[in-house]
Design a protein. Structure first.
Lengths: 244, 244
DNA sequence: CAGTGGTCTAGACCACATC
DNA sequence: ATGTGGTCTAGACCACTGG
């Protein structure tokens, strides 16, 4: 059922994958919901089940959907079992115990995108942004001091009260409250000395070496929608990475 | 052609994948060589080409093997194009230019595995190890100070002269000279202050914040075969990570 | 039981590399 | 022209879930 292929050839299953991504992006199926079965999608797109399967396999490999045998294929969520909660949280306790930190919002303020943020988030310089400052606490110990910058246009009505009231991870909050789902991120890590303000919040001496982690997070279609910078104490914690 | 399945069921294509991994491990096909074609493997294992294909797909997804349309499937190498050279090297210049560092071996010494190294590399405490100390230089600037610990049993005849004489990456050296191919690694990152000895080598002030990167690298079958600890200046460089 | 995803097969054809 | 991997199809059967 493959149509005539234009000059810029793309396999059928990748075309189907793009169509599915568009539907996901448009919110046709919400996070946590099931997408139609392979047979139904095959009928809709007039291709064989095997081709739909390959398209879904590709989405599953990117953690955009989750397959569950016997039940169906579901739009991935940041509100899930432990396994996926640590996908975007690489900080671990040195003793190896998996602990999900308590997040304490220091303040929210509105501002204009700096040249750097505008460049990274593909905004016009000076465009409105929302900036959250947070502290992540592990067993009541402050470990990470965060600053999260978001395009205001996508996060209308983001207030401290709403953030504090939400139970669950920050990306789960973004996803359920603003329909912005993070699918991928790039991080750059440096080591820096604690400045007085950060040192006080993290309860370390001024000049203590900290990890400085900068992140750009992307939603469907590789659109950047979050910039964050975190300072992390590594007295009792480390940053975990798997190279494969 | 599936045989009767015992109590611990495993799909045929995963069984084939394991057989291929064993052959790879045994050196039946060396890095850089082509493995037999899908048709030939299908005949050998008495399964369909599609099943062999799924097995190879799984190996390709883990970067153990590389497919090249029209040519064949090849055992992956650390001696390849730029794209794969940075798979285990996450240090980048802040200006974004991709530069492969010059490695300078400080010394090689032999010793016994500490309790920690023995635990991580699954050795008996006190078992013989080889320890390399290196400096990685980017544009003549020392950036990383490394200490690499290897089980002596796997790296007989490793001398400074041989290391210095080799052209190519360290993992390429291990692979071609000792038949030990790294396929995966875990890294743990902390921020620490430069001690006097390290500071001098890296040409930074004592107390300068550095990244401390600890790595355990694994070969086929998840067998740990390298432990390393690196100290990295982040004045002009950073550690890059992709979360997906 | 019916419906879902998961595996396996067999065959056709396409794209690419090499001779 | 031949051989390789890449795509697509159609159908059968298995494994899991839930009514």
């Amino acid at each position: 059922m493959n149509s005539v292929q234009g000059p810029s050839f793309q396999p059928l299953y990748l075309q189907i994958k793009d169509l599915l991504t568009q539907s996901l992006d448009a919110g046709e199926w919400k996070p946590g919901e099931a997408i139609p079965s392979e047979m139904v999608l095959a009928a809709r797109y007039k291709v064989s089940q095997g081709t739909v399967r390959k398209a879904i396999d590709a989405l599953a490999a990117e953690n955009i959907v989750v397959r569950r045998q016997g039940k169906g294929t579901f739009v991935a969520t940041h509100t899930e079992e432990k396994s996926s909660m640590f996908r975007f949280l690489r900080i671990r306790r040195v003793d190896g115990v998996d602990e999900y930190p308590h997040r304490r919002l220091v303040d929210i303020r509105r501002g204009k995108a700096s040249a750097e943020v505008a460049r990274l988030l593909l905004l016009r310089p000076g465009e409105a942004v929302v900036i959250l400052r947070r502290v992540l606490e592990y067993s009541d110990e402050p470990v990470v001091l965060d600053e999260i910058t978001l395009p205001a246009a996508l996060f209308k009505g983001l207030t401290k009260a709403r953030y504090d009231a939400y139970r669950g991870s920050t990306y789960s909050f973004f996803e359920t409250q603003f329909g912005v789902r993070m699918v991928r991120a790039d991080e750059r890590i440096k080591a820096i000395a604690a400045d007085p303000a950060s040192a006080e919040i993290l309860k370390v001496a001024v000049g203590t070496p900290l990890l400085a982690v900068e992140r750009v997070a992307y939603t469907y279609g590789d659109r950047p929608v979050e910039w964050r910078r975190g300072l992390c104490t590594t007295k009792n914690h480390y940053y975990l990475n798997q190279l494969g």
